[in-house]
Design a protein around this ligand. Structure first.
Ligand code: SF4
Length: 264
């Protein structure tokens, strides 16, 4: 258990620190030290103290959870935030919770992940050409970060996208929160949004030109693979696979179906 008695940082810690990260590894390591949001610091550490019965033998990560995947990934996937007993426990995004079970199974089906399951940081899972990240790096109560917390965390995402940009061609955006969080970051980074602003939807697609003459960026929207969306079949495994496949296609990645029927 990590102490919650340590002080939080000033809210401008990400804004002051993120631009100085010279590599994705360096950025990831720095993100993991962040304590800029008092409510989220308290929540992530409280979850680690109380635990879930099934995980009582775990020493929770209880820190911000960085993105996962190679720095030269043509395809980004942007979700919401770590789960209190998922990423906040295992230290890897989408790892150890039902959302991650659905996401990594779909990526494996498409040949974009080495394994269909993600259980812990030492499970040897690799992503091929895919980088997964989130606009809020700490687990929020009720999976609902505030807009203030989203904005405080934004510089980490902005720097991550800068570092990914040389290879980045497409982003699959999982859920309306991620869509809303991502668009201003893309604008700040020079990508031009059409007017009216593109609206989130499952299967929504937008091609963003870059004002500096850089490579355009494809956005593909998809419902978040939350437990609720999956259990109500608002999002099925086939639907999730389809938006990821589309993201891979427009990102120039080869896709192949390992297994899993189209109606799964
Ligand atoms: S949500 Fe982001 S800005 Fe807030 S403490 Fe976590 S890493 Fe830092």
């Amino acid at each position: 258990m990590r102490s919650s008695r340590r002080t939080t940082q000033k809210p401008d810690f990400p804004a002051r620190t993120a631009p100085r990260a010279g590599s994705l590894d360096g950025l990831d390591a720095t993100i993991a030290t962040c304590r800029a949001c008092p409510r989220l610091v308290a929540w992530r550490e409280e979850a680690a103290r109380v635990k879930r019965r099934a995980f009582r033998d775990w020493e929770y990560w209880a820190r911000p959870v960085p993105g996962f995947g190679p720095a030269d990934a043509p395809l980004g996937i942007v979700g919401l935030a770590p789960a209190a007993h998922g990423g906040n426990r295992t230290g890897r995004i989408f790892t150890g919770d039902p959302s991650g079970d659905a996401l990594y199974a779909a990526l494996y089906d498409l040949g974009l992940a080495s394994r269909p399951t993600a259980t812990h940081r030492g499970d040897r899972l690799e992503l091929y050409g895919v980088r997964i990240t989130v606009p809020v790096h700490c687990a929020p109560p009720g999976n609902r970060p505030t807009t203030g917390e989203r904005d405080t965390c934004r510089p980490w995402l902005a720097r991550e996208l800068q570092l990914l940009r040389p290879a980045l061609r497409a982003i699959v955006v999982l859920g309306a929160f991620a869509w809303q969080a991502l668009l201003p970051v893309l604008t700040d980074a020079g990508w031009q949004l059409p007017r009216p602003r593109p609206v989130f939807g499952h299967g929504a697609e937008v091609l963003l030109a870059h004002s500096g003459g850089g490579r355009p960026l494809h956005l593909v929207g998809g419902y978040h693979p939350s437990q609720r969306n999956m259990s109500t079949r608002t999002l099925t495994p086939a639907m999730l696979r389809d938006v990821l496949r589309r993201g891979a296609q427009v990102g120039g990645l080869p896709v192949r179906l390992h297994h899993g029927g189209p109606g799964a």
